[in-house]
Design a protein around this ligand. Structure first.
Ligand code: 3UK
Length: 544
């Protein structure tokens, strides 16, 4: 490791032992990193230094119902002022952890860059987290400072009462005399970035995992740049004229990459929306003439149904991640907009997407092939490659990889130097990786292995199905029974005769995939339980 710029050595002290790290591979010329590197320079300051400071950079709400539009120079000035507040007013020293809490806004992005510039470590948290969960994160990452959107201050104040380690909180998007805007106003718009080592920790991202204590994943300055040089360059292929937009929170690395890092890495602009449900995202795409969209499969499905009433002609690239993309959803979006979705599997542990494809190489039902810079295999329990067409565990290596902050579960995610994502996959005859299920979501019924998402894909093609989830529920005779939870489209004909609808859906599935996979039980629901990152919470349906 290189000489750290961190005075507070907590992050380095709590990395997993080296022999538990995944093997890191830097196989592309673009992945040879210098010893010193601050990612804020690469993504933000560099453009201003190159005379591009007047280019549009970030657009979003100002917190008072108006709109902010910052150029690269303006975002830099704001980030510099906030970095000065962190250092001069709040006493942040390099290596301190700074909690960031807010909806997606320009000011939230400025705070993130300020933390990078100050050589501190950003811990962005999901807006919906409650005091109890915030407290776990604060304790686990020993967070001493926080920048928090005033609108979300309540839960943080409650958490703080239980967490003496959190010494200083400053509220942003605030009119208060001691609010961040007032403090930043008094600071210089110049700041000399802390000269971090490329392997100094830049962020700790907590997993959106649904069970147990949250896990913090540690990523370095060079990791932030590494992800910008892999998937965006080889799969997304955006450019400086693009306008990015989308829904994932910046606290979710899918959102951080897609809505901040990737646009800025190519000199493009980005629209940050505080709320980005399908009914908000659609008009926002039209209003901002957005060209690149990031959201989850279910959001594309919902937007496809309403696409005709919006002008989406500006869109040229649409990215789906977070959950498997059903072939039916890919088709719906293509029919509605003419756009072939780019699917990609990413993980918080690997920071971003590692298997994906371009529009030209998209294959319905498959996630794609390893992104240049990454390698992937499908292995059995002993870590040996399984033959093509056989389901096994996905194993990945690349320039980024899993390093849990002081966590025994490191050994579960990293085995023999490979990251095991917890996904069951197969590789088809052409080398495409085909998602099956989360390994713990595979259904074993009557001796058959059944992947819930495959049954979901089949059901989703039924005209009455808006959303669905398929899980295994305990069954005396079969071990597990395939059960579907279905949300009907509004105004479905025949919805009053449930038995007939169930039978029709079962027959529909049997006609599309192997009949033994059909859902023997179907329950209708008004909605399905999801995480803030849009993931289906299958465990909650199994418990029900
Ligand atoms: C699942 C997918 C099938 C898969 C993420 C893009 O989702 C992200 O990170 P998380 O840590 O979850 C990781 C897990 O989510 N998954 C994600 N994408 C897909 N399954 N097809 C997909 N396209 O189980 C994976 O192990 O929340 C996604 C970028 C950054 C991310 N953090």
């Amino acid at each position: 490791m290189h000489r750290s710029a961190h005075q507070d050595t907590f992050a380095r002290d709590n990395l997993p032992p080296l022999d538990q790290w995944p093997e890191l591979v830097f196989d592309l010329p673009a992945l040879r990193f210098p010893e010193r590197m601050n990612c804020a320079h690469e993504l933000l300051d560099r453009w201003v230094a190159q005379g591009q400071g007047d280019r549009g950079c970030v657009i979003g709400g100002d917190g008072r119902g108006g709109e902010l539009r910052w150029t690269y120079a303006e975002l830099q000035a704001q980030a510099n002022r906030i970095a000065n507040v962190l250092v001069n007013e709040m006493g942040v020293v390099p290596g301190n952890r700074v909690l960031l809490r807010g909806a997606n806004t320009p000011q939230m992005a400025a705070c993130w860059f300020a933390v990078m510039k100050a050589g501190a470590i950003a811990v962005a948290t999901m807006p919906l987290l409650r005091a109890k969960e915030l407290g776990q994160v604060i304790e686990k990452a020993r967070i001493s400072h926080a920048l928090c959107d005033e609108a979300l201050a309540g839960e943080l104040e409650t958490a703080r009462a239980q967490c003496p380690v959190l010494a200083r909180v400053c509220l942003f998007r605030s009119e208060a005399a001691d609010g961040l805007e007032a403090l930043a106003e008094r600071q210089s718009e110049r700041f000399d970035n802390v000269d971090t080592a490329s392997d100094d920790c830049a962020l700790i991202a907590f997993t959106s995992g649904t069970t147990g204590q949250p896990k913090g994943t540690m990523h370095f300055h060079r990791d932030v740049i590494a992800i910008c040089r892999c998937w965006p360059v080889h799969c997304l292929r955006a450019n400086a004229d693009d306008v990015f937009i989308g829904s994932p929170p910046l606290a979710f690395t899918f959102g951080l990459g897609g809505l901040v890092l990737f646009p800025l890495s190519v000199g493009a602009s980005t629209v940050l929306l505080e709320k980005a449900s399908p009914d908000v995202l659609l008009p926002a795409i039209a209003k901002h003439r957005a060209t690149v969209c990031f959201t989850a499969p279910t959001s594309y499905r919902a937007m496809a149904a309403q696409a005709a009433s919006h002008d989406l002609a500006s869109l040229r690239k649409c990215v789906s991640a977070g959950e498997a993309l059903p072939a039916a959803t890919r088709q719906l979006w293509k029919d509605a907009t003419g756009i072939e979705l780019i699917d990609g599997i990413g993980a918080t542990e690997l920071l971003h997407i590692f298997i994906s494809h371009t529009e030209e190489t998209a294959r319905p039902g498959a996630t794609g092939r390893p992104v240049p810079g990454y390698r992937a295999r499908v292995v059995d329990d002993a870590g040996r490659d399984v033959p093509a067409g056989t389901v096994g565990k996905l194993a990945v290596q690349g320039p980024t990889g899993c390093r849990y902050l002081a966590d025994d579960r490191q050994g579960q995610y990293v085995r023999h130097g490979w990251n095991l994502t917890g996904d069951a996959y197969l590789i088809d005859a052409d080398g495409y990786f085909v998602y099956q299920a989360r390994t713990d979501d595979m259904i074993i019924s009557g001796g058959y292995n059944i992947a819930g998402p495959e049954v979901e894909s089949a059901l989703l093609a039924h005209p009455a199905v808006a959303e669905c989830a398929v899980v295994g529920v305990p069954d005396e005779e079969r071990g597990q029974l395939v059960k579907a939870f279905v949300v009907l489209k509004p105004g479905t004909a025949g919805a009053d005769d449930e038995a007939a609808l169930v039978k029709a859906m079962q027959d529909f599935v049997k006609a599309t995939i192997a009949p033994y996979k059909y859902p023997r039980a179907i329950e209708f629901r008004a909605s399905l339980p999801r995480t803030e990152t849009g993931k289906l919470q299958r465990f909650r349906l199994r418990e029900a």
